[in-house]
Design a protein around this ligand. Structure first.
Ligand code: PMP
Length: 367
């Protein structure tokens, strides 16, 4: 370990939390409510499943190293040039590569206190310095959300990169177009802003806006998105980046030649074509999110506002015991101590049945 690069020496390997394989064996998959990883409980479009089956005849072949079909479909969907699209093995891979390409030892990367965990990981893995900005206070309208003014103020001469997630995980918080423009106007042209929009498809609040329409206006803006959430394809590991062609070209130097596999490429093209399934899953999520939040509030719990497929919930001083007791009842949530939110749990919005099982288990545990 002593031979590792300094940033890597300080890193901790990914902690998967609960051993889901062991828990599935113990309870039986059908008896678990897996609400810890912000997955889509409805799964992907049936057309994506069919495309995977169709792709199996070519398993002995390498996939298209350029992912041309999927890039074309994404470019058409978002109204950008194909040269502005890069594919990743999940958006996680792209977030890591962005730090590797644009920040190194001596450089600073700025992000919010409760920003997505990979921002810290990517910064340290690149050997760069983390500049963590305090989030909005818990009693703000957007509790624990990004303080865009403070983030802009934290940008200094050594800053190369700023990570922002909208909506953000694990807080569920978001911001709108005016705030985004005011922020981007303050960022120097030589600092890259990475807007992580993993949950964008599920955000429907009138005061939420994607940065997509701003890509042409700010050459230093890059957007990441994923097939893992609204498209229900977390198991395939596909994410994408939209940015200026020059940025995509330099990212491509680092990319492993076949980073997205053949069945995954085929499935994502098919998933993009099935907009009805996407809309259905997002509508279902919004309806269940509202119902779940209301049911949790009825139980006296504080639920943070969310435009994602999860809610952050305050459970107070007994949080760890409550979480452990829920696991014993087959309900898996995400502890937040690692984020510095030890009195909170993050609850993914499940199917109606999963949400019912969560609430029934909570009623046993909270008494
Ligand atoms: N960004 C955010 C905000 C996320 O919550 C996640 C997944 N938890 C990701 C990126 C990475 O997703 P994936 O690698 O599956 O695309």
């Amino acid at each position: 370990a002593a031979r590792a690069q300094a940033g890597i020496q300080r890193l901790k390997a990914y902690d998967p939390g609960h051993d889901l394989v062991a828990l599935r064996r113990r309870f039986g998959e059908a008896n678990l409510a897996e609400l810890g990883s912000n997955e889509n409980p409805y799964g992907p479009s049936p057309q994506a499943r069919a495309a995977i089956l169709d792709s199996l005849h070519a398993l002995h072949r390498y996939p298209d190293p350029l992912g041309a079909d999927l890039k074309r479909a994404l470019a058409a969907k978002h109204g950008v040039d194909v040269a502005q699209v890069q594919l990743g093995n999940g958006s996680h891979e792209l977030l890591m590569q962005l730090a590797q390409v644009f920040a190194g030892p001596g450089d600073e990367v700025v992000f919010s206190r409760y920003g997505f965990a990979v921002f810290a990981l990517a910064t340290q893995a690149a050997g760069a310095t983390m500049r963590i900005v305090e989030a909005l206070p818990r009693d703000a309208a957007m509790p624990c959300g990004h303080d865009l003014d403070a983030i802009a103020a934290a940008i200094g001469p050594a800053t190369r990169l700023v990570y922002v997630a909208n909506p953000n995980n694990p807080t569920g918080t978001w911001f709108g177009r005016e705030a985004m423009i005011a922020f981007l106007d303050r960022v120097p042209a030589d600092v890259l802003v990475v807007m992580d929009e993993a949950y964008a498809e599920m955000a429907e609040a009138p005061d939420y806006a994607s940065a997509l329409s701003l890509l042409g206006r700010y050459p230093n803006l890059a957007i990441t998105r994923t097939f893992s959430k609204a498209y229900g394809l977390a198991g395939l590991r596909v994410g994408y980046l939209l940015a200026q062609p020059g940025l995509v070209q330099v990212m491509d130097r680092l990319r492993e030649s076949f980073n997205v596999n053949g069945p995954a490429l085929a499935a994502c093209v098919a998933a993009l074509a099935d907009e009805a399934h996407l809309d259905w899953a997002c509508a279902r999520n919004a309806e269940q999110r509202a119902a779940l939040a209301a049911a949790l509030q009825q139980r006296g719990l504080r639920v943070f506002p969310s435009q994602t497929n999860f809610v952050l919930v305050e459970f107070g001083p007994r949080t760890a015991q409550i979480e452990a007791a829920l696991v014993e009842r087959g309900v898996i949530l995400r502890p937040m101590a690692g984020y510095g939110l030890a009195d909170c749990l993050r609850i993914s919005v499940g199917s109606p049945d999963e949400n019912r099982r969560l609430l029934a288990a909570l009623d046993q545990v909270l008494t």
